[in-house]
Design a protein around this ligand. Structure first.
Ligand code: ZN
Length: 165
């Protein structure tokens, strides 16, 4: 069921691209997600990027750019991700809301990094609390927990390899 929905959404998004209205609709999607994320992210700079960063892992949805040279720190949302395209599709209202909610939770996650640093446990805790509070589907919350467990396990493996050296 979920696979079918994703295929349909992919087609919709290429139609949007062809019509040239992508950037305007992307800005609207981001606005909706920011509204849903709520006042806790007020003042956090968020921008859209049409391409993922160099060397990004597959499925990247958002990242936080640290303060560099003259460039202030900011959150970047990848407008080409499957999640973003799903959140941009108003024709599938039930599915659309869950995607928009996940996009908002991704902003909450990155906003945590923006304010508190690289700790993934804290960022995921904020994200999962947001999803739970806003009535996210159980599968959605389970997905976020799974991502957290994977990321934390990978971090621990890196730390162990550093200690072993
Ligand atoms: Zn993170």
């Amino acid at each position: 069921m979920r696979t079918v929905a994703v295929l349909v959404l992919t087609c919709v998004s290429s139609t949007l691209h062809a019509s040239g209205s992508t950037s305007q609709s992307a800005a609207k999607t981001l606005e909706s997600a920011i509204f849903l994320a709520g006042p806790s992210i007020a003042g956090v700079p968020i921008v859209l990027a049409p391409v993922p960063p160099d060397g990004a892992s597959r499925g990247v949805e958002a990242w936080t750019l640290p303060l560099q040279d003259n460039q202030a720190a900011q959150i970047v949302i990848y407008s080409g991700s499957g999640l973003f395209r799903c959140a941009s599709d108003p024709d599938r209202l039930d599915y659309h809301y869950q995607c928009l909610l996940k996009l908002a939770s991704t902003i909450i996650h990155e906003a945590w990094h923006y304010r508190h640093g690289v700790n993934e446990a804290g960022a995921y805790e904020a994200q999962i609390a947001f999803l739970t509070f806003h009535g996210a589907a159980i599968a959605q919350i389970a997905d976020a927990r799974l991502s957290r467990d994977r990321v934390l396990a990978a971090q621990q493996a890196i730390q162990r390899s550093r200690v072993d050296r």
